[in-house]
Design a protein around this ligand. Structure first.
Ligand code: GDP
Length: 296
């Protein structure tokens, strides 16, 4: 499938055909197209700038200027740099700790935390043969607790009850205690989310983190959030030592530029991608493949 970016670049290459050699200004033209493609894919502006600067260094080297097909050579560099920026090979969940391994889910409301919690439970049960407990610390929305109960059942994991009358810390400690007593391998802790960043919520999740000492703190982010993802990512990175990212709703229209922004801002690896509302709609994140998507 020919991509929009590749189309534009090949047009430029054709225009340059009559010229004796490729110049720095030709490369600049090509980089301008790359920049547009990234912005159209919703990569945040500062991240685009940074990325283009890095690609430019490489592109002005022999690999492009000395190439017979400079357009293709440049696309190759962009693709490789994108993949390298977004990933470092496959990275599954880290469970290397005294069980139960606690996994804390963080993110805005609607990002897909509850759904992803159940998807991860299923992944851990089926792929890693773990005994998994889930618990919800979302005491502000009773419906969220019920939702986790339902999807946990679908995943075939066990759900630890909680209620709006309790404090999140109290719930978390009780669940951890139960998980220890009943020899669970993993405890997945779903947390409350707001529609926007909120100080009280950040404080609450920091306290949960301190009490639970999770081996994984996953930032769940909606790929459709596009440009806004950068602010959300920054706020969560400042509050918590994130160990991984789950990028949800990649089955939607989003070109997935959020992946690049969020990866760069948090420094944490993207571990999984959500690709449907269904419980089995979770894939190990593949940076190579995603680079192709971002490029169009
Ligand atoms: P939370 O508020 O962060 O817990 O978000 P939820 O788990 O309740 O998800 C919010 C909405 O997004 C629900 O309608 C989910 O079905 C949907 N959702 C979550 N992950 C995905 C995904 O990967 N793909 C699609 N299409 N929908 C998703």
């Amino acid at each position: 499938m020919a991509s929009a970016l590749t189309d534009k670049l090949s047009r430029l290459v054709k225009e340059m055909r009559g010229q004796a050699r490729i110049t720095e200004s030709n490369v600049q033209d090509m980089l301008r197209e790359v920049r547009m493609a990234l912005l159209e894919a919703d990569v945040a502006l500062p991240v685009v700038r940074d990325f283009i600067a890095r690609v430019k260094d490489k592109a002005l080297g022999q690999e492009v200027l000395g190439s017979l097909k400079p357009g293709q050579a440049l696309v190759g560099i962009v693709h490789r740099e994108l993949a390298a920026t977004m990933g470092e090979g496959v990275s599954d969940l880290n469970l290397a700790t005294q069980p139960p391994a606690v996994i804390l889910m963080a993110g805005l409301q609607g990002a897909g935390k509850t759904t992803t919690t159940a998807k991860l439970a299923k992944h851990l049960i089926e792929k890693r043969k773990k005994k998994v407990l889930t618990v919800s610390g979302d005491v502000y929305r009773p419906a969220a607790i019920e939702q986790l109960k339902t999807v946990t059942r679908q995943a075939g994991a066990e759900w630890f009850p909680s209620s709006p009358e309790q404090k999140p810390l109290e719930i978390a400690r009780a669940a951890l205690d139960y998980a220890k007593k009943h020899y669970f391998d993993v405890l997945l802790v779903d947390t409350a989310g707001r529609l926007a960043i909120d100080e009280a919520l950040m404080q609450e999740i920091k306290e949960l983190h301190a009490a639970l000492q999770p081996v994984e703190t996953l930032f769940v982010v909606d790929a459709m959030q596009g440009q806004d993802a950068i602010n959300t990512a920054r706020a969560f990175k400042e509050a918590l030592p994130l160990t991984g990212i789950v990028l949800t709703k990649l089955d939607g229209d989003a070109r997935g530029g959020a992946a690049l922004s969020v990866r760069q801002i948090t420094g944490a690896p993207i571990k999984f991608a959500g690709v449907s509302e269904k419980i089995d709609g979770l894939e190990v994140f593949d940076a190579e493949r995603h680079a192709g998507r971002v490029l169009g």
